[in-house]
Design a protein around this ligand. Structure first.
Ligand code: SF4
Ligand code: SF4
Length: 68
């Protein structure tokens, strides 16, 4: 399990700048987390203006509050 960045990402770069493991890289459509390196510290989720980084697999119905 690791954090993953959802399609809500606006590529602002804030998460990458704050990641202690430097495991967030800019991808084609959004920023992406190397899940083999991520330590689940949560810093990316805390710094993201749109709440794109989420713990675990990105829900297909992420408008619900039932995310794990
Ligand atoms: S949870 Fe922490 S280690 Fe993982 S991508 Fe986010 S900032 Fe980096
Ligand atoms: S902080 Fe959020 S919106 Fe900005 S690049 Fe990271 S995931 Fe995307």
């Amino acid at each position: 399990m690791a954090y993953k960045i959802s399609d809500e990402c606006i590529k602002c770069g804030a998460c990458a700048a704050g990641c202690p493991m430097s495991c967030i890289k800019e991808g084609a459509a959004k920023y992406e987390i190397d899940e083999n390196v991520c330590i689940e510290c949560g810093a990316c989720a805390a710094s993201c203006p749109v709440g794109a980084p989420k713990l675990g697999w990105v829900s297909k119905q992420c408008n619900s509050t039932d995310e794990r």
